[in-house]
Design a protein around this ligand. Structure first.
Ligand code: SF4
Length: 257
């Protein structure tokens, strides 16, 4: 299926159900994806070369482009609700991620102090103290947790460097609850092996992880865009709601998209 790449460093603003009028910041190249995961459902397509960092914008380019855009938005009275790090891969892989966060917070404070700064991340770099401290400076840390078991984690997210689900969960716990978890539910098959993070066994394990992490919120999604793997099934809204009710029963706010 046709997947999609963002062709700009600063894109939008676009309307996002979870973040409102959201101005996107893509720290990855504009013509290819760089990620530490290779999720079977990734709207950007397969991860082809995760090591090659060529083509990432410099922190100065990001800052200049962002400031120019914020000035334009001010002139148009187009007020962003969120400055959102997302795009063609994993934003925390940028070598100057921490510096860019500081620059973005300064620009936000100057031009649109009420806007939130949000990062969508796959949580593979939250064992690094500088990444954790940068994420703790911003308003919305939205981190991925798609599986209950190690097996399903490896099948769905296909890390491109060795990392275990246990390491991810321990990193997520280090935020002491100041984190939002996002989970995409799906079923399907890869190379003849089943993919299903909605089975009772998977859900029970996933709920146990949530009890440990105690996130502020959990965001639950079905597949909504084209995926690189063809034979994936969309989970019904009813089933997502049932899963969400089990999260709410733990006293954790849940949003279903
Ligand atoms: S973490 Fe995000 S960008 Fe990376 S492969 Fe998964 S869905 Fe795609």
């Amino acid at each position: 299926m046709d997947t999609f790449l963002f062709d700009e460093t600063i894109f939008g603003p676009i309307y996002s159900r979870r973040l409102g009028n959201s101005l996107g910041i893509n720290l990855l190249p504009c013509n290819r994806k760089i990620c530490s995961f290779d999720c079977v459902y990734c709207e950007c397509g397969w991860t082809l070369n995760q090591v090659e960092q060529r083509g990432m914008p410099s922190h100065t380019e990001v800052s200049n482009l962002l400031e120019k855009k914020l000035i334009d938005l001010k002139t148009q009275n187009n007020i962003p609700d969120s400055l959102t790090f997302a795009g063609n891969g994993e934003p925390t892989l940028h070598p100057d991620f921490s510096k860019i966060i500081d620059q973005t917070l300064a620009l936000r404070n100057h031009y649109f102090p009420k806007a939130k700064v949000s990062v969508l991340s796959n949580a593979t770099r939250i064992d690094k103290p500088d990444i954790i401290s940068s994420l703790l400076k911003i308003d919305n840390r939205i981190l991925k947790l798609d599986a209950g078991s190690e097996l399903m984690f490896q099948r769905i997210n296909q890390p491109t460097t060795p990392i275990s689900l246990e390491t991810i969960i321990s990193g997520l716990c280090s935020f002491e609850g100041k984190v939002t978890i996002q989970t995409l539910f799906l079923k399907g098959e890869i190379s003849g092996f089943p993919i299903d993070n909605t089975s009772e066994e998977e859900i029970q394990l996933w709920l146990k992880h949530l009890e440990l992490i105690r996130p502020e919120r959990v965001m639950i999604y079905p597949i909504a865009r084209n995926t690189p793997l063809d034979n994936l099934n969309i989970i019904s809204k009813e089933q997502l709601q049932q899963i969400g009710e089990r999260v709410e029963a733990l006293g954790i706010e849940t949003e279903i998209y």
